[in-house]
Structure formats: C-alpha cells, structure tokens
Design a binder for this molecule. Structure first.
Ligand code: HEC
Length: 192
C-alpha cells in the first residue's frame, strides 16, 4: 500500500512539479541551436507521419494540368521559397529553424524523390492548409485560396517529374543561372 501511495505521489505530484519548475526556472532549450530535450524530436515529428495520413483528403479536386502546376509555382515562389528554398538555392533561414524547414527542391535520402514528392498531394495539402504546431510552418487557410493550396500541393507531389518550363524557370534560382552570352559581350569590363 505504501509503495502505491509513493508511486502516486511521485507520478502525479512530484514529477509534474519538477517539470514545471524546470521550465520556469531552469535552462530548458529555447534557442534554435540548443540541444533538444528528451523526446522533443518525436513530439514534433510523430504526428506528421501518423496523424496526417488519417485526416488528409484523399483526392485532389483539381486536375494535374500545366496551368495548375505553373500557378502552384507562382504560389511557391511568393509564399514558401523564403523558408523552403528553390532549385539549387536552399533558404538561408530554413536550416536555422527547429525543426528545420525541409528543402523542398532537393533530393531526399530516398532515391528519385525530391522534397515531399513521395507524399500524396492530399497530405501536403493538409499540412499547408492547417500548418504544423511546434514548428514554424504557418497555416495558409485564409491566406491562400483552397485552389491555390491544391495547386502548390500538386506541384510538390510532382517535384521529381518533368515540369512545365514556365514552372521550372520560376523555381530555379535566377541568380545562379549562367549569364546570357549577349549580356556578357555587351559588358567589356570582365573580371579577369
Ligand atoms: C516561416 C517559414 C515557413 C514558410 C513560409 C513555409 N513553411 Fe513549410 N514548413 C516550415 C517548417 C519549419 C516545417 C517543418 C515542420 C516539421 O518538420 O514539423 C515545414 C513543413 C512543411 C511541409 C512538411 C514537410 C514534411 O517533411 O512532411 C510541407 C509540405 C511544407 N512545409 C510546405 C510549405 C509550403 C507549400 C509553403 C508555402 C505555401 C510553406 N511550407 C511555407 C516552415 C515554413
């Protein structure tokens, strides 16, 4: 009986009290570069893989057309590139977040996948529309229209497939493009 009481005291009173005191007066991880507390990574990542597939819509209400992909690229460049980067140009602030904003135009550890191309578009739609707590991922419902959210979701689901040139030219880092030859010729003051 004594043991049960001790267990109750430890489990329901002392442990939560110690936790509260730690967060109030201790040095819990607060800065992005701090070491995550035990289980923090699990806390932020587990629902992404377990909950989202259960609640996400199954079928996109818009068709996979060139027009929708190009519109999705416009949305992406305006709203997402600052955190998730462009082709060949990771976003400087993306890796300085906890959790990081995954670069959505880079190859992943899984062969032939780029960004979230391995996820069904409905799951990506859900994440963009609702945002993700305990991360810097904003909820875009009310900021973008439903169609715009689907357009960018379709784009990301097809990131590893051939995309319309008009979408690609928006998504490639313009500064990293080689200068057109004509422009070079017209500036005789070269760096050499
Ligand atoms: C202020 C920075 C920021 C902006 C702007 C932003 N995101 Fe995010 N996004 C994040 C962060 C941080 C995460 C990581 C969440 C996590 O791993 O728990 C994330 C996660 C995601 C994910 C889930 C990735 C995964 O591994 O499942 C998708 C998809 C996504 N963002 C798409 C977008 C799209 C599309 C836009 C623009 C409409 C956008 N984000 C705008 C910061 C941002």
């Amino acid at each position: 009986m004594g043991r049960v009481l001790l267990g109750i005291l430890l489990g329901f009173v002392l442990f939560p009290a110690a936790l509260l005191l730690y967060f109030q007066y201790g040095f819990p991880p607060l800065a992005v570069g701090d070491k995550p507390f035990w289980g923090e990574e699990r806390l932020t990542q587990a629902p992404l893989h377990s909950l989202v597939p259960r609640v996400a819509p199954k079928f996109p209400p818009i068709a996979l057309t060139e027009e929708n992909l190009v519109a999705g690229a416009h949305v992406y460049v305006d709203q997402c590139a600052m955190c998730h980067g462009l082709h060949g140009k990771p976003a400087p602030i993306g890796s300085r977040m906890y959790p990081i904003a995954v670069p959505l135009w880079e190859h992943t550890a899984v062969e032939d996948q780029i960004g979230v191309s391995g996820d069904p578009p409905g799951e990506t739609y859900w994440k963009i529309a609702n945002g993700l707590r305990l991360s810097g991922m904003p909820a875009y419902q009310g900021v973008l229209t439903d169609t715009e959210i689907w357009q960018v979701s379709l784009l990301l689901a097809n990131a590893n497939k051939p995309l319309p040139p008009a979408a690609l030219s928006l998504l490639h880092d313009q500064e990293a493009q080689p200068e057109p030859k004509a422009a070079k010729k017209s500036s005789p003051v070269a760096d050499e």
